[in-house]
Design a protein around this ligand. Structure first.
Ligand code: MN3
Length: 205
């Protein structure tokens, strides 16, 4: 008998697998969604089951030993769920933010171009696998660029809300861009859904 009933499920993409071409190929999108994101969810559901068993037995050493896997696989699920919503077909992408997001970017980074340059430089430099984020820093009331390793979610940093995330694990670009992570980062702005970023900022203020 399972000790709990929570089971996370793969969310549908809000567009077709080929909708982000030519920026991100259908092959990458399908593998990334159906295989990679699904694997984080499968592993998360398994480790949560074990965690609740350990809890039920008051086996705290066991429960604590499972926490890194919850962080990794739960983070993978959180991050990819946000990532799919950050993206949209090139024909629908605005190319740059407007309103509050643009104002905040200009205040905190000088200009949208300066922000893009810094975001791409810092995210390209992540060692190994990780994510680059634009996040709202509520305590300081400013936008920050945050680079995190592996699948650590932005929510692990107190006061920070993720607005826009870019996956720079090789599985996100290698089939199309090979080792050229900077080329992938140059191109991805063509499929960023700035309306979602504006919604997330408005909800986090
Ligand atoms: Mn990924």
């Amino acid at each position: 008998m399972p000790t709990h009933t929570t089971s996370y499920k793969l969310p549908d993409l809000p567009y077709d697998y080929d909708a982000l071409e030519p920026v991100i190929s259908a092959e990458i999108m399908q593998l990334h969604h159906q295989k990679h994101h699904q694997a984080y969810i499968n592993n998360l559901n398994q480790v949560l089951e074990k965690y609740h068993e350990a809890e039920a037995k008051n086996d705290m050493p066991k429960a604590v030993s499972l926490q890194p896997s919850i962080r990794f696989n739960g983070g993978g699920h959180i991050n990819h769920s946000l990532f799919w919503e950050n993206l949209c077909p090139p024909k629908n992408a605005l190319g740059k933010p407007s309103g509050q997001v643009l104002e905040a970017i200009e205040k905190d980074f000088g200009s949208f171009t300066d922000f893009q340059k810094r975001f791409n430089a810092e995210t390209a430099a992540i060692q190994g696998s990780g994510w680059g984020w634009l996040a709202y820093n509520k305590p300081r009331q400013q936008l920050d660029i945050v680079c995190l390793s592996n699948q650590d979610p932005v929510s692990t940093i107190p006061g920070m809300t993720p607005l826009l995330g870019v996956d720079v694990w090789e599985h996100a670009y290698y089939l199309q861009y090979k080792n050229a992570r900077p080329k992938y980062l140059e191109a991805i702005w063509q499929v960023i859904d700035w309306k979602r970023v504006e919604e997330r900022l408005a909800n986090s203020l």
